[in-house]
Ligand binder design. Structure first.
Ligand SMILES: Cc1cc2nc3c(=O)[nH]c(=O)nc-3n(C[C@H](O)[C@H](O)[C@H](O)COP(=O)(O)OP(=O)(O)OC[C@H]3O[C@@H](n4cnc5c(N)ncnc54)[C@H](O)[C@@H]3O)c2cc1C
Length: 346
């Protein structure tokens, strides 16, 4: 079913809590609504698909049409003795999906517990945490092309997943509506406990042979101890991606900063901790007006209340400049910045 609103407040639809408005706001709850949705989009009108609004920064009112995806439902298909395929509506809340799989004893996404947002947005930046990414369990997704209304299916290779990246953040940015995501999960125990903070938590809590639920609980507890709850303090999680550099650049940096925080990525490149770079510039826990970096995690930018998107953007640019001047590295936002009706990652 479609519901239409005009001049609609977005405050409760973005985790930064920015008080912007949308010219037109339409919610839809079924794939059968899609043809009617397209009838509502005027030629050349700016369109934004919205999930949970937890990876978005509105820098002004949205002078176009926002389509809020509320397609629900989880269907199961047994692929074989050991694997199950879940077909998940794009409007399902991601953490509800994780909870569902843990209750059913399906392995694969427990490390991604408590990531805010909806199923449909998870492939956009290939969500990841505690050593697991969506791509590890991804099978296919179904979507509609906004330009011509055609239905398309993308497999793993076609999504071009990378670190917080996919084809949907690049060539296809803002061009498709994801309606369903299909994930392949395992029915036999294969836990991923290599990530250092998870490993330490398990040791400290004497969990030598943890169950699936215990891993979920561990991840939830670690996240709750480190990250601010957007319901209490507006934020969009990590604002920047960890920059990836070559060994040569890493060596140069490491000579100057021997305690540089980094990890080696799958492809042998060096991923430098963006939080560490910001902290080293003396910017952890600072506040400018209504905006600041979180006291426990410099990578998280917070709205102390009443901040505008423009104010947050200025703060972001200030951090980028200071980090660039100190380290010669331009921090790339992970958050989708909606600027003058256009989605930009600066
Ligand atoms: C406290 C906090 C912690 C976080 N921790 C993590 C983390 O550990 N790892 C991580 O990867 N991310 C993390 N995030 C970021 C965020 O949760 C994810 O990026 C999430 O997938 C965003 O989902 P959403 O539904 O809120 O997307 P939205 O913010 O609504 O949208 C994000 C982008 O996806 C597009 N989009 C949304 N739905 C669709 C659709 N159905 N079809 C097409 N395009 C669509 C939007 O147009 C936009 O470009 C965190 C955020 C917060 C606030």
């Amino acid at each position: 079913m479609i519901k239409k609103y005009s001049d609609y407040s977005l405050k409760k639809y973005n985790s930064f809590g920015i008080d912007a408005k949308a010219n037109k706001f339409i919610t839809f709850s079924s794939e059968v609504d899609i043809p009617e949705l397209f009838l509502n989009i005027k030629e050349k009108e700016e369109v934004l698909i919205l999930g949970g609004g937890s990876n978005i920064l509105f820098t002004s009112d949205y002078n176009g049409i926002i389509l809020k995806n509320e397609i629900k439902g989880i269907d199961e298909e047994q692929l074989n003795e050991n694997e199950v395929l879940l077909s998940i509506g794009a409007g399902e809340v991601w953490d509800d999906v994780v909870n569902y799989t843990v209750q059913k004893n399906y392995y694969g996404i427990e490390n991604l517990s408590l990531i805010p947002g909806n199923m449909g947005a998870a492939p956009i930046q290939n969500i990841g945490a505690y050593g697991v990414e969506l791509k590890d369990v991804f099978y296919t997704l179904e979507c509609y092309d906004i330009e011509n209304g055609e239905k398309r299916i993308f497999n793993l290779d076609e999504c071009k997943f990378g670190y917080r990246d996919s084809i949907f953040k690049n060539e296809l940015k803002g061009k498709i509506i994801i309606t369903k995501v299909n994930l392949k999960l395992s029915k036999i125990g294969k836990l991923n406990t290599n990530y250092i903070s998870l490993k330490n938590y398990l040791i400290e809590n004497n969990l030598t042979t943890p169950t699936l639920s215990q891993i979920r609980e561990a991840v939830i507890n670690i996240r709750n101890s480190k990250l601010p709850d957007p319901k209490k303090l507006g934020n969009a999680g990590s604002f920047f991606k960890n920059p990836i550099v070559t060994k040569k650049i890493y060596d140069e940096l490491n000579q100057k900063y021997p305690n540089l925080s980094y990890f080696i990525s799958e492809d042998g490149l060096y991923k430098i901790s963006a939080g560490w770079l910001i902290e080293k510039c003396g910017l952890k826990g600072i506040r400018m007006g209504n905006v600041g970096t979180h006291v426990n995690q410099a990578l998280v930018i917070v709205n102390y209340g009443g901040a505008t998107g423009e104010e947050i953007l200025k703060f972001v640019e200030n951090i980028q400049t200071k980090v660039f001047n100190e380290f010669g590295i331009l921090l790339e936002p992970e958050v989708n910045i909606i600027n003058n009706n256009q989605q930009e990652n600066l």
